[in-house]
Design a protein around this ligand. Structure first.
Ligand code: C5P
Length: 201
């Protein structure tokens, strides 16, 4: 049996934490689809042509630690506007979504383009200021040399590129449930997501 949970939303809204928590709770497999675009962005920074890099992508390229940086995130959002890059990554994501035992995919276009038939669609969001503050604290804890203003500018730039692109822009699917995490703890956000999925599972 396949059961797909699609979780979309902007950067640092809490998608990753909610997705991992949901996967653990229900025993589903989890795919952070941002890693696909980050891996292509990383290869572009190494001088590769993005479409060829996307077509040649293999699971071993999805190494989370090497792909975390802000430079890779920006590169990811640049390659993500290229229709041929997106097209090259579709089959892998759809096959993952259909695997037996259930799957959670998080990204920007899972409920709208990759898995329009997903059993549950969530759109996880929060204000840009709240998201930037979360991302700043995360980076600061790792000793990164960044200011709050830089992180907020970075978040806004990526939001703009993701929502304004013509191919698979970031937006909630018509039948997505909105989860605004601005004033929620991680635990509360996860509890709401679990309760919603429980109703359909
Ligand atoms: O989720 P994450 O911040 O790691 O994604 C990095 C970038 O990859 C996003 O800013 C977005 O441009 C792109 N992306 C996308 N579609 C997805 C996942 C990520 O366009 N499904």
């Amino acid at each position: 049996m396949s059961f797909t949970v699609a979780i979309d939303g902007p950067a640092a809204a809490g998608k990753g934490t909610v997705s991992r928590g949901v996967a653990r709770h229900f025993g589903f497999a989890h795919l952070d689809t941002g890693l696909l675009y980050r891996a292509v962005g990383w290869r572009m920074l190494q001088g590769e042509e993005p479409v060829a890099a996307a077509e040649a992508l293999v699971a071993e390229d999805l190494e989370p630690e090497a792909l975390r940086g802000a430079d890779v995130a920006q590169a990811a959002s640049k390659v993500a506007v290229i229709p041929e890059v997106r097209a090259a990554l579709v089959d892998f994501q759809r096959a993952f979504a259909r695997r037996a035992g259930g799957a959670v995919l998080d990204g920007r276009d899972i409920g709208t383009v990759i898995c329009p038939e997903a059993e549950v669609k969530l759109f996880v969001t929060a204000s840009p200021e709240v998201r930037a503050e979360r991302r700043f604290l995360e980076l600061d804890a790792k000793g990164a040399d960044v200011t709050r203003a830089q992180v907020l500018a970075d978040v806004r730039e990526r939001d703009a590129r993701d929502t304004e692109r013509s191919e698979a822009p970031l937006k909630p699917a018509d039948d997505a449930v909105l989860l605004d995490t601005s004033d929620l703890s991680i635990e509360d956000a996860l509890a709401r997501a679990v309760a919603l999925i429980q109703q359909k599972f």
